[in-house]
Design a protein around this ligand. Structure first.
Ligand SMILES: [Zn+2]
Length: 507
């Protein structure tokens, strides 16, 4: 085949595609010009296909997982890395929970959780692999030949999960089986190279790329499953059900199983919001809070693009936890006496659907970016729903006095380093992390709003969302949105808030 012939052929293809893209707008998405050049978003996203056999009575979960990974970097890759978060639950002395929380994390005594890896295939062939990291929580698969930019590899994994008896992100208790961060997930490759951070005990130590998921779960028929993604079908078999979920363009996949779940739903815009609950009378209350927040955030930040979203009552002792299109909410908040907290936690996790779910970030190094903005978003919700006075009241009791000033009083005479922007492992404890990242972080956004004025501030949030959805944002992306909307730089404003000694350093 001659070179001229190939060129002519390409030319014809390009002309035909250009005509089609102009005349058929939907096709434009197939050849979408992303910020990293011309690529097909669907094909280039990592594809996960996981077949799960859920055995609640033996507390084991057997999985077969196929991953298709495309090198989207500009450099050759010589190995592939996966986080294997379940292994972080293996050793009591290396626990993912701080010491002071161990009794609540393991009410029946320490119970190990881990992943037993039985098979690894690379392009269908057995391959040597190794575990590394603080708790054997990083799986490394070396590649014989480098993976060139744009090239793809298929990895197949067979493994069994042993679930700990623990009401946390990964574990089971009396009412629910929680499967957050449960499967080997490919690590992020960014400007620092592979991000191989362990499962730190503070914050939400996660960082992932948007991917596509298809997950099939075989479970005993008395169980109901809430999961990230759309329920494509549920097939009833002999004493069991097969649940199939598809999650398109999400950065993680979580699920919760219970034989006590009931479900109610509401429709907000194009999204159906579900409430899964085992405490009868408060399931609808959580739904009401969630539906109201979804409506408000759709208007303030930009429309939530997914078809459904689930608020899930779980055995969970630390408030709530966000996953794409699914929130785990502490079941004890549904007792009828804590509606105020149920509202706060539900709205907080819902705001994370924008700040973490859609606009992602490195939650180990830049945790304030999603957490500070999410915390401040709850105040925006109170303002829209109940008025300015109520928002000011909540701002004072939850954020300013409740978190930040309290911290100053508590730490009086002790370490008063108030730097917000530092990696998770540089915070001493939850009090410091909560007060600075959630508390002072939210105060920073409140001050930004005061200085910019409402109109500019809300335009900035919409611009930041629109330009960074389905990506991982960096602090500079937020500064950029501020500058583009307002016409001036706000970087100094942020740096003064983020670093305790910024002014000293700036001299
Ligand atoms: Zn949060």
């Amino acid at each position: 085949m001659g070179l001229v012939h190939i060129k002519r052929k390409y030319l014809i293809v390009i002309i035909v595609l250009t005509i089609l893209c102009i005349t058929v707008p939907g096709l434009y998405g197939l050849f979408w010009v992303g910020r990293d050049g011309l690529y097909q978003p669907d094909r280039d996203l990592t594809q996960y296909e996981i077949d799960v056999n859920f055995n609640p009575y033996s507390k084991r979960v057997d999985c077969k997982q196929r991953v298709e990974y495309t090198n989207k970097e500009e450099t050759d890759l010589w190995a592939l890395y996966f986080h294997v978060y379940p292994n972080a639950f293996k050793y009591a002395e290396k626990s993912v929970f701080p010491k002071e929380e161990m009794d609540r994390a393991y009410p029946n005594g320490f119970s190990p959780g881990f992943l037993e890896l039985n098979k690894v295939l690379l392009e269908g062939n057995p391959v040597t692999y190794s575990f590394d990291g603080y708790s054997d929580d990083i799986l490394m698969i070396p590649l014989e030949k480098p993976l060139k930019p744009g090239d793809r590899r298929e990895i197949y994994l067979e493994y069994s999960l042993v679930m700990p008896n623990s009401p946390g992100r990964f574990g089971y208790s009396d009412n629910t089986y929680n499967l957050g961060n449960w499967y080997p997930i490919i690590c992020v490759y960014d400007e620092r190279g592979w991000s191989l951070e362990p499962y730190h005990s503070l914050g939400d130590p996660f960082y992932s790329d948007v991917s596509n998921y298809c997950v099939r779960i075989i479970a005993p028929s008395e169980f109901v499953i809430a999961a990230t993604g759309e329920e494509v079908k549920v097939v009833e078999g002999d004493g069991e059900k097969i649940w199939e979920f598809k999650g398109h363009m999400v950065r993680d996949f979580a699920w919760v199983a219970s034989n006590k779940f009931q479900r109610s739903s509401a429709v907000v815009g194009d999204t159906t919001i579900y409430s899964y609950y085992y405490t009868q009378d408060r399931g609808n209350k959580a739904l009401e809070f969630g539906a109201s927040a979804l409506e408000i955030f759709n208007e303030l930040f930009g429309t939530y693009p997914y078809k459904n979203l689930s608020i899930v009552q779980t055995d969970f002792f630390i408030g709530g936890m966000e996953y794409p299109r699914l929130m785990m909410i502490d079941g004890s908040l549904y007792d009828g006496e804590q509606d105020e907290w149920l509202e706060l936690v539900t709205v907080h996790e819902l705001a994370h659907q924008w700040w973490y779910g859609l606009v992602g970030n490195d939650e180990v190094h830049d945790s304030w970016l999603d957490e500070g903005l999410t915390e401040y978003s709850t105040i925006l919700y109170y303002g829209r729903r109940y008025g300015r006075e109520e928002a000011e009241h909540k701002y004072q009791i939850y954020i300013n006095k409740g978190k930040f000033q309290l911290f100053r009083i508590y730490r009086d005479g002790g370490d008063t380093n108030e730097t917000i922007h530092r990696p998770l492992y540089e915070f001493k404890d939850w009090l410091e992390y909560d007060s600075l990242v959630y508390g002072k972080g939210a105060i920073m956004f409140h001050e930004l709003r005061q200085e910019m004025g409402d109109e500019t501030f809300f335009k900035v949030l919409r611009e930041y969302f629109e330009n960074n959805k389905y990506r991982n944002a960096k602090p500079k992306d937020l500064y950029k949105a501020c500058q583009e909307v307002s016409g001036k730089s706000w970087e100094d404003f942020f740096l003064q808030w983020l670093y305790d000694d910024y002014e000293e350093k700036a001299g």
